[in-house]
Structure formats: structure tokens, C-alpha cells
Design a protein around this ligand. Structure first.
Ligand code: PEP
Length: 248
């Protein structure tokens, strides 16, 4: 699902029950009426993957998970593996979201393990990276993100990979970096990807995430090397998410 010029991906986090399937239906319509070169994806709680994927079966909406375990199966109570996501109908998953890095203490090595498991199961993967406010204020943002990429990118080629740059201080806060800061970071990520994957690194989509809204989407998406957006809060509302898809 990560081919094309631009990907707008929603992340519902711990929001949504079967009562919200109508919203997913409306997002499906958005995906089907978006431009040919714009992909639309939605990461939902595990409990919604199956019904959402069934509903989106004949549509251009890609339904995915928000995380997976690095093992195929085993004694890991409460966890969900990549083959389980596939079984439920997911075609991709997020890994390494900052909320998991913070709340669950996930390390780069664990994120890499998850990314590798996801690809082995046939899922595409959005690997999330981003600095904290203190790291940005300390002038370390690019170094931190480079280190996260080095530690989190899976072994092997670049098939099915996308990267989301999400500054932790911009997630859910209404604050965003300047377009110049986003461009500088995305250019740096692009260099890291081409150093790692050669020419294939040129076509990996690099999404920006952090307080993307209908009002700022066009500007954020215009920055250098921005190949789409990862949208949290605004993806819960089909009108807002639709306006962001149209801005792409
Ligand atoms: C996210 O958590 O992936 C995100 C970008 O959230 P928000 O859009 O709400 O800042």
C-alpha cells in the first residue's frame, strides 16, 4: 500500500469501537475518491481490524495495526503477532510509535524486531521516529533521529517500508515544527535511507506526523521530502481527515 506519490495515514490509537465503523466507512469513501497517486491508510485498534478490513475489502483504503510483537507466537499474554494482524485483514502496521517507546519502553532493537516480523508476515511497515523537545532544544534532533533509524530499520531491502517523522513534542499538542525544520529533518532522513538502501532509498515515503490538521496540511505536505502525513487526532473525524486527504 505504500506506493505512489503520497500516503495519508490515520492512527486511531486507543479510540474506536464497533459504533465507529460508520466513520471508517466514510474514510473508505475518501480513499476511493482520492487522487490516483494518493494512498489512504488507517491504523486502528486490534479489535477493529477485522470488521474494518472486511468493510474495506473492495476499496482503496488500507487497514492496518498500530503495533505487533516481534515473535510469531508464544507466551506473551496480551500481545498480538504480525501473522495475527494479517489474519485479521491488516495490510500494514505502525511500529515504534513514540507513545509505545515511552509508555511501553520500547527500544530501537525491539522496534527493529517488530518491523522484521511484520515484513516476514507480508505486512508493510511504517517505522516511527522523532525527537523529544529537550533533544530538539539541545540541537540533537537530527542525530537522535539518525540513531533511531539506524537501530530500528529492519535488515534486508526497503520493500514495504515507510518512515514517519513525528517529533514527540508535536504529537497531540497543536504545535508543529516550521516547514524549514521539517524539510531539514526529512532531507536528513532521506540521506540516511539512501546510505542504507542505495537508490531504492529514494522512493521510500517519509511521512510527517504531529498535529497535522486541515488548516496546516497543505503547507506541511509541501516541505522537501515529505511524502505524506501520519495523522492522529484529526483522523478520528472523517471530515477533518478528508480535508487532509484533499490537501494532498
Ligand atoms: C500520532 O500520534 O501519530 C499523531 C501524529 O498524533 P496527532 O496528529 O494527534 O498529533
Amino acid at each position: 500500500p505504500f506506493l505512489g506519490r503520497c500516503l495519508i495515514a490515520g492512527n486511531w490509537k486507543m479510540h474506536g469501537t464497533s459504533r465507529d465503523l460508520g466513520t471508517i466507512g466514510r474514510i473508505m469513501t475518501l480513499a476511493d475518491t482520492a487522487g490516483d497517486d494518493v494512498g489512504v491508510a488507517l491504523a486502528v485498534p486490534h479489535t477493529l481490524i477485522f470488521p474494518a478490513a472486511q468493510m474495506a475489502d473492495d476499496s482503496r483504503l488500507s487497514v492496518g495495526g498500530e503495533d505487533c510483537h516481534s515473535a510469531e507466537k508464544g507466551a506473551h499474554t496480551g500481545c498480538v503477532s504480525a501473522p495475527m494482524l494479517v489474519d485479521a485483514g491488516a495490510t500494514f502496521t505502525l511500529v515504534g510509535h513514540s507513545e509505545r517507546r515511552t509508555d511501553q519502553g520500547e527500544t530501537d532493537a525491539e522496534v527493529r524486531g517488530k518491523a522484521e516480523a511484520a515484513r516476514a508476515a507480508g505486512l508493510s511497515v511504517i517505522i516511527c521516529v522523532g525527537e523529544t523537545e529537550a533533544e530538539r532544544d539541545g540541537g540533537e534532533a537530527e542525530a537522535v533521529v539518525r540513531r533511531q533509524l539506524e537501530g530500528s530499520l529492519p535488515q534486508g531491502d526497503s520493500a514495504g517500508l515507510a518512515v514517519a517523522y513525528e517529533p514527540v513534542w508535536a504529537i497531540g499538542t497543536g504545535r508543529t515544527p516550521t516547514t524549514a525544520d521539517i524539510a531539514a529533518m526529512h532531507d536528513s532522513i532521506r540521506s540516511a535511507l539512501t546510505e542504507r538502501f542505495g537508490a531504492a532509498g529514494e522512493s521510500i515515503l517519509i511521512l510527517y506526523g504531529g498535529s497535522v490538521k486541515p488548516e496546516n496540511a497543505a503547507e506541511l505536505l509541501s516541505a522537501s521530502n515529505v511524502g505524506g502525513a501520519l495523522v492522529g487526532g484529526a483522523s478520528l473525524d472523517a471530515d477533518s481527515f478528508g480535508a487532509i486527504v484533499r490537501a494532498a
